[in-house]
Design a protein around this ligand. Structure first.
Ligand code: HSE
Length: 300
């Protein structure tokens, strides 16, 4: 008995919502084949597309650990599995690569076990994958990768996650420059304290973005895609950040910021034509200093 699943890449934070907002895109993503086996334990046969960098030991692998924790929870840790993972997206890119693997793993295991848990109930196990990948069990990548669309993590304890309605026409452009940023490092450089003034600004934008998506009101979405807390610090890790962001805005994007912990940058646009033009302009911004990139455009 085996199953082949796909889990999509995600844009976490979405400017103002550090650790609480994220959305899924159509591509790229991870493909995973899971097979039941008579031998106890989770075995990873093969990982493609990671240049040999990801651990094959199941308990050190984001997909492996998610499955192990899930099996323990449902009291079936005697069940064995074999896994093949195909990474169809870059690692360390800010696109939720580790999250896509854990989601694919736990989703596939739940299906093969006859779906003992609901999709939402699989989240805590996928979050365990994030914990081993970067030391923090945030849900803003695994949430949207598992559930699709745009999600809000209202609370971590207890976990309270909401799927938001988004406008019929809304497109994401993601540009991945060929540099790497480690999520753990990108979290460690953040300040532990924030000012009341910045908190107020950020809360206004968080509320504005939710309202803008639901109304929908594109101008409000645009005004709210502002991050005064995280972006000013993390943007120093991304060469050409200001140039690329300005290029996106000048070409009609509603907003532009860092995707997850970077170095990828995302922009939102009202229509597909603009989203493609924005992508080209953003790539040109990186190319000016000799940095190659990939661009992905997708509906949200
Ligand atoms: N919210 C997380 C962060 C996402 O920004 O560190 C990491 O992909």
């Amino acid at each position: 008995e085996s199953i082949k699943v796909f889990a999509p890449a995600t844009v976490a934070n979405v400017a103002c919502g550090f650790d609480i907002f994220g959305f899924a895109v159509d591509n790229p993503g991870d493909e995973l084949i899971l097979k039941k086996s008579d031998r106890k334990g989770v075995r990873i046969n093969r990982i493609e597309g990671d240049e040999g960098r990801l651990p094959l030991a199941a308990e050190k692998n984001t997909a492996g650990i998610a499955i192990i924790k899930f099996l323990e929870f449902i009291g079936e840790d005697g069940q064995g599995f074999e896994m093949d993972l195909k990474k169809l997206m870059p690692l360390g890119s800010g696109l939720g690569s580790s999250a896509a693997s854990s989601v694919a793993g736990v989703f596939a295991a739940n299906e093969l076990m006859g779906r003992p848990l609901s999709q939402k109930d699989l989240l805590p196990f996928a979050m365990e994958g994030e914990r081993i990948a970067c030391g923090s069990a945030h849900a803003d990548n695994v949430g949207p990768s598992l559930m699709g669309g745009f999600v809000v993590i209202r609370s971590y304890e207890p976990l309270d996650i909401i799927q938001l309605k988004t406008p019929q026409e809304l497109y994401a452009t993601i540009v991945h420059p060929h540099i790497e940023v480690n999520t753990k490092d990108a979290r460690n450089i953040l300040k532990r304290e924030i000012s009341l003034k910045n908190t107020i600004t950020q809360m206004g934008n968080v509320a504005g973005l939710v309202a803008g998506l639901m109304l929908p009101d594109y101008d409000l979405i645009s005004r709210s895609l502002v991050d005064v807390i995280i972006e000013p610090i993390r943007s120093i890790l991304i060469p050409q950040f200001d140039d690329v962001k300005n290029a996106a805005l000048e070409n009609g994007a509603l907003g532009c910021s860092i995707s997850g912990s970077g170095p990828s940058m995302f922009a939102l646009s009202k229509d597909l034509f603009t989203a493609n033009r924005v992508g080209k302009a953003m790539q040109d911004g990186f190319a000016k200093v000799g940095i190659g990139s990939e661009c992905y455009v997708s509906g949200i």
